[in-house]
Design a protein around this ligand. Structure first.
Ligand SMILES: NC(=O)c1ccc[n+]([C@@H]2O[C@H](COP(=O)([O-])OP(=O)(O)OC[C@H]3O[C@@H](n4cnc5c(N)ncnc54)[C@H](OP(=O)(O)O)[C@@H]3O)[C@@H](O)[C@H]2O)c1
Length: 339
């Protein structure tokens, strides 16, 4: 039975730099009943993604509108249908879709919402990690934008994170040599031991990232899967092989910047190496998601892809947990398990 109160975390003010607890507010509101065509969802797992930081800003020039001030923080969740006035959904169904930092969400059952198969064999959080937009970002970004070939060297930044760890494993499946950049010795050990990377770079303990990239990629980089942007992109640009591809997936080093971030000073390296830098948003591939999920699920089942979730309990811990993405305290997909 649903409770009568819905706990919510709302956006109180737009952050300057790294979000602070004062940027969020907590409230309890009476639970709404679904209207005709709607479903009532009990959120079970809540995905914390770097993109949420961008939605907290007031910018209108991104792929998603900003979260309005005073509104519920937005997130992809896994939820159970607890009441339905929509013939496509029944109580007991589990879905993954765009909802909010709250116990219960009302949905029309349209837009970004997918049913989780009733006979699913995998733990539910996997539908936010490898089988969610995270895994699909790695899959389509690497294979369609990066186009890795057997024997090529693939460099991945934020490699121990949710997207990066899947990128490295897919590159390995495709016969590539993989080099991962991460922010601690523990993460680098995990890159090798769990995610099968060939080489690692602990960027927090080196004076010259560029020298480390040259050491680990002595013949140059064929594909750079960039999750970080900024100085890391600049260092990678100086280590390209002819015909290299840079997959611009994210730029997490810039998301909390309070001043405009200068671009890499060496973009001209692209022309020197007949290289390509291409950005993408995973929703571009929405019509191909079933194909991606099916392949990723096969790789999970046969053990060629390992999944790693970092689960934090409790809605009230969500805003603190969110900051782990920027401090690097998360290993794998960062998820809140609702109370
Ligand atoms: N294009 C798309 O459609 C799409 C979709 C999903 C995600 N993304 C992007 O993919 C990237 C990874 O997202 P995710 O969900 O997988 O997050 P994640 O990698 O699980 O977590 C973020 C990681 O980034 C690293 N990091 C944070 N600040 C950094 C900095 N200043 N310099 C270097 N590394 C830093 C930290 O690892 P370390 O300990 O190694 O520093 C942290 O653990 C993000 O840029 C995100 O915006 C893009």
């Amino acid at each position: 039975m649903p409770k009568s109160v819905n706990r919510q975390i709302i956006l109180k003010r737009r952050p300057q730099g790294l979000p602070k607890s004062e940027d969020f507010d907590y409230r309890e509101v009476p639970l709404q009943a679904p209207k005709d065509g709607q479903i009532l969802l009990r959120n079970v797992y809540l995905s914390l993604d770097p993109a949420i930081r961008g939605w907290m800003d007031g910018r209108e020039d991104s792929y998603q509108p900003p979260i309005p001030l005073g509104h519920i923080m937005r997130a992809v969740t896994i939820a159970e249908v607890v009441d339905s006035r929509n013939t496509n959904y029944s109580p007991g169904d589990f879905v993954m879709g765009l909802n909010g930092w709250e116990d219960y969400s009302i949905s029309t059952g349209t837009g970004f919402i997918n049913k989780i198969p009733a006979d699913n064999q995998l733990p539910l959080p996997v539908y936010l990690s490898v089988l969610g937009t995270t895994g699909l970002t790695a899959y389509f970004g690497l294979l369609d934008v990066g186009k890795p070939q057997p024997g090529e060297t693939v460099l991945v930044s934020a490699a121990a994170g949710a997207v990066g760890s899947v990128v490295g494993q897919i590159a390995k499946i495709k016969g590539c040599r993989t080099v991962g950049i991460a922010g601690s010795a523990e993460k680098c050990a995990q890159l090798v031991n769990t995610f099968s990377f060939d080489e690692t770079i602990d960027y927090k303990s080196t004076d010259s990232l560029e020298m480390e990239i040259k050491r680990t990629c002595p013949d140059g980089i064929d594909v750079y899967f960039d999750n970080v942007g900024g100085g890391m992109l600049q260092a990678a640009l100086n280590c390209l092989k002819d015909g290299a591809r840079i997959v611009m997936c994210g730029a997490i080093s810039t998301y909390n910047a309070t001043e405009p971030v200068p671009g890499p000073a060496n973009l001209w390296q692209l022309l020197v190496h007949n290289a390509r830098l291409e950005g993408f948003i995973v929703s571009k591939y929405a019509s191909q998601f079933p194909e991606g999920v099916s392949q990723l699920a096969d790789w999970l089942r046969d053990g060629s892809i390992k999944h790693k979730e970092h689960i934090v309990p409790g809605l009230r811990n969500t805003s603190d947990a969110f900051l782990k993405l920027f401090s690097g305290e998360n290993v794998g997909k960062l998820i809140v398990q609702m109370d």
